[in-house]
Design a protein around this ligand. Sequence first.
Ligand code: SF4
Length: 190
Amino acid sequence: MQFTWDDIEQHVAVCTGCPLSRTRRRPVMGRGSRKADIMLIAEAPGGQEDRQGTPFVGDSGKILDDLLRDCGLCREEIYITNILKCHPPGNRDPKEEEKEACFPYLKYETFLLKPKIIVCLGRVAAQRIISPDFKITRQHGSWISRKNCALTATYHPSAVLRDISKYELVKKDFLEIARKRNELGGGGVP
Ligand code: SF4
């Protein structure tokens, strides 16, 4: 059976696939251009996202917007999502069983989007998507290639919020992402 974006959205909206369905306020489906070359994947919605049902709102969202703007990118030309679609209480790390329960949604999003570039935001996403032993401090900004897709990772914008000195480091990674997008022939608002 071929899933559509609407199918995924409808399933996520009423999903009870893991215990987070009992504590979330609103599931948070990915947002952005469904023709984007670049897909950003973080670990899970935060408290503000849980209240609004939208990824990357609030202070982390502002940092992300600043980073994108400083690198000549904008939200309208990327797709942003999370491994988990529901907020873990207290912003704790997602549990393995929660990640596994929710992973099919991410797979469908990736299948439908077919991004040229996947950017993992933070350790949890990088270790689930790129490699279980990925070290964000040492390996952020590095690239691997998988199934016609270039994958990289950088710090989550919330890490920049906690330590603003990381801004320039993460900006360098985003400049490299913009350069890679141009190299792969992407660009422009789809
Ligand atoms: S986190 Fe994912 S699997 Fe768990 S209830 Fe939410 S949408 Fe369903």
